[in-house]
Design a protein around this ligand. Structure first.
Ligand SMILES: C=C(O[C@@H]1C=C(C(=O)O)C=C[C@H]1O)C(=O)O
Length: 359
């Protein structure tokens, strides 16, 4: 069984960075008495700008090793190159993780994978900084190819130009959900600390993640968060972590409640037939698009028509609002439909252009 399936939810906690021996031992002592499966601490910190706290490297690995021995708790740290891997193994790190700024670079992931060839150690892979599920999966595949068997993914959100919607990193939930769809057996954890960047919102995002079938949580925990050398605003104390964990509702994918099961099946049947109608309607709409494309070809008009598109966004959004749907949702939905509609029309225009050249 996977190392990461020993608890549900599987909880990883510990400071953003290992700052000194006392800090590491203090937090390890507190967490080892709680329902925490793995102690995390960064010893090499990839920071946005130079001059910030970048970790204590090998010295910090010794503190982690001491914490593991004293408090009998497995330990994990981030590795970003083969030298990190070598040192982490030397100091008995139990689980490695690859950070978002490394996952984004296939060359670097391959260097790490090569250093792990023949090593039996669980590895966690954070999402790349950009919302690219194939790149995330690609990093996992590189590890699998060198024989790493126990792999988990961590969703830490996606970096943007600014913090939007109150999140430090955009959660963009469809991306990890797609990863889970592609790989049903892969444990996928959520890192609410990096997604929120704000300790006040960790409980809310943790619950949301569990309700979206995430298998565990990685939560940054520090003895004195406000004094932390990195990511102070998003770290919490072990006591605060205990409160959050105690408040989480853990729900199951399935139920043994027969009447609940029956109601669910009934509602799903209704959805099945509505979805069949939706798909048929979309297909009919796309047929109309092809016809519009043919008219545009005859009249020498562009496929994309900004004024009409604006009108669609406004009118469909307004109708959505009257039905209790958000304008944002309707816009996103229509963006997809519009994109496909344009693709179909471009194909019509292209085909016609090919024909006229041949004639
Ligand atoms: C269908 C048209 O072509 C494009 C596709 C649209 C659509 O699918 O709704 C809207 C405007 C155009 O960008 C059109 O011009 O009406």
């Amino acid at each position: 069984m996977s190392f990461f399936r020993s608890a549900r939810p599987y909880i990883i906690a510990g400071p953003c960075g290992a700052e000194n021996r006392e800090q590491v031992l203090t937090v390890a002592a507190a967490l080892s008495g709680m329902n925490v499966q793995l102690l995390r601490a960064g010893v090499w910190k990839p920071r946005t700008r130079p001059g910030s706290f970048e970790g204590h490297g090998e010295a910090a690995l010794q503190w982690l090793q001491e914490a593991k021995q004293r408090y009998n708790i497995p330990i994990t740290t981030e590795v970003a190159d083969p030298a990190h891997v070598e040192l982490a193994l030397k100091y008995g790190i139990d689980v490695l993780w690859i950070g978002a700024r490394t996952t984004v670079n296939p060359f670097q992931v391959q260097h790490i994978a090569d250093a792990l060839r023949g090593v039996d150690i669980p590895v966690m892979v954070k999402n790349p900084v950009n919302p690219d599920v194939a790149l995330w999966e690609g990093a996992i595949e590189r590890l699998e190819k060198v024989g790493i068997k126990d792999i988990a993914a961590i969703h830490r959100g996606f970096s943007g130009y600014t913090a939007a919607n109150g999140y430090r990193n955009q959660p963009n939930w469809p991306v990890p959900i797609e990863l889970k769809r592609r790989r049903p057996a892969l444990p996928v954890f959520c890192d609410p600390s990096h997604i929120t960047g704000d300790r006040a919102r960790i409980a809310e995002v943790s619950q949301k993640a569990l309700d979206m079938h995430f298998d565990g949580l990685m939560i940054e925990t520090h003895p004195t968060p406000d004094a932390a050398l990195s990511d102070a605003a998003q770290q919490i104390t072990p006591a605060q972590l205990a409160t959050i964990l105690a408040g989480l509702i853990v729900r199951d994918e399935h139920t043994h409640d027969m009447s609940g099961q029956e109601q669910l099946e009934y509602l799903r049947q209704l959805m099945d037939s509505l979805d069949a109608e939706i798909v048929d309607l979309i297909a009919r709409r796309m047929e109309l698009s092809a016809q519009v494309g043919a008219v545009k070809q005859l009249c020498n008009m562009t496929a994309y028509q900004p004024a009409r598109w604006r009108e669609i966004v406004e009118t469909r959004g307004a109708r959505g609002l009257t039905q209790g749907l958000t304008q944002e949702f309707i816009t996103e939905l229509y963006e997809k439909i519009h994109h496909e509609s344009i693709r179909i029309q471009l194909a019509v225009l292209e085909q016609a252009a090919g024909k006229s050249v041949k004639e």
